[in-house]
Design a protein around this ligand. Sequence first.
Ligand SMILES: Cc1cc2nc3c(=O)[nH]c(=O)nc-3n(C[C@H](O)[C@H](O)[C@H](O)COP(=O)(O)O)c2cc1C
Length: 325
Amino acid sequence: MTHITSHIREPFNIRAVRLSNRLVQAPLAGISGRAFRLQARRYGVGLTVTEMVSSYGVRYHNARTLEMLELVEREHPVAVQLFGSDPEVMAQAARAAESAGADIIDVNMGCPVRKVIKTGAGAALMRDEGLAVRIVAAMVDAVGIPVTIKMRSGPGRLVTAFSLAMLLQDAGAAAICIHPRTGAQMWKGKADHTVSVKLAAALDIPVIASGDINGSVDARRLLESGCTAIMIGRPALGDPWLFSDLLAGEEPGCRSLDEVLAEVGLFYGDIVDEMGEERAERHLRKFYGWYLRRFRPTTQLRAALLHSHGFKEAERLIRQAMMQG
Ligand SMILES: Cc1cc2nc3c(=O)[nH]c(=O)nc-3n(C[C@H](O)[C@H](O)[C@H](O)COP(=O)(O)O)c2cc1C
């Protein structure tokens, strides 16, 4: 059991994989592509995680799925998150991810979205403990790297994570990440980290807490309560500085427009490398709202950005609008 008070900058291990600190970037579907992970890495996180990758997509050599397995040297250590509901298909996908250079394989047992749970994957796996165990055991058998699990408090309304997490630990899981909302809550309400803390006390393997961690007070409270590491998703959207602020032990600060635009420019360069100019232009549009949140963009600017082509044009529109404002 891990009751030792830990500091966010202390290294820790998931089996043999050494992570330089206790800050993990959350998997975010449609968002945590390579450019996003490289950004999180530049701001110091100890571990990055891909968005969820379909095990069936890997099996059937879907081009977009295989693209998600393209990792680059400077992003390690990186976990590849897989979703699916068939032990053999998941084991095969785990082997493919290992060959692609993943340092860790993570299994999605938390996604509550209909498209995923109707296939028996994501949070639906928490309803069938026997199947969840068989999947993890098959994956642990198939690869030499650690297999970790990301789960919710429970698939429906009840908190069932404890018994499942114990079984998965026995099946060879190397760490558990808990987002302590139930499936029924989707993303509503507040993450209940009393669940994370109890889970950390009950398990021998590292427990990573995810959900509503907005600053160093939240982070410290969880680390001091026995969680091994913390994972951050939405609070770092448009604010990668949150990562470096947390590592420095500072409360989140405000960045100037010049700083923000310089960062978006770097981020865009990595998006272009990842998916080519045409797709990159569309992908970047998702992020403007987050980066500009603090600058209160007008409705006109938002609309113009939604039709902009690439970072240079967007930067010109933003500077023009801010000068007028
Ligand atoms: C848009 C979006 C996409 C997400 N995609 C994934 C995913 O692919 N895999 C996963 O395990 N969790 C996913 N999550 C859950 C997050 O990883 C995280 O656990 C949750 O958002 C709570 O943390 P936060 O408050 O720091 O965002 C997603 C959440 C959001 C909002």
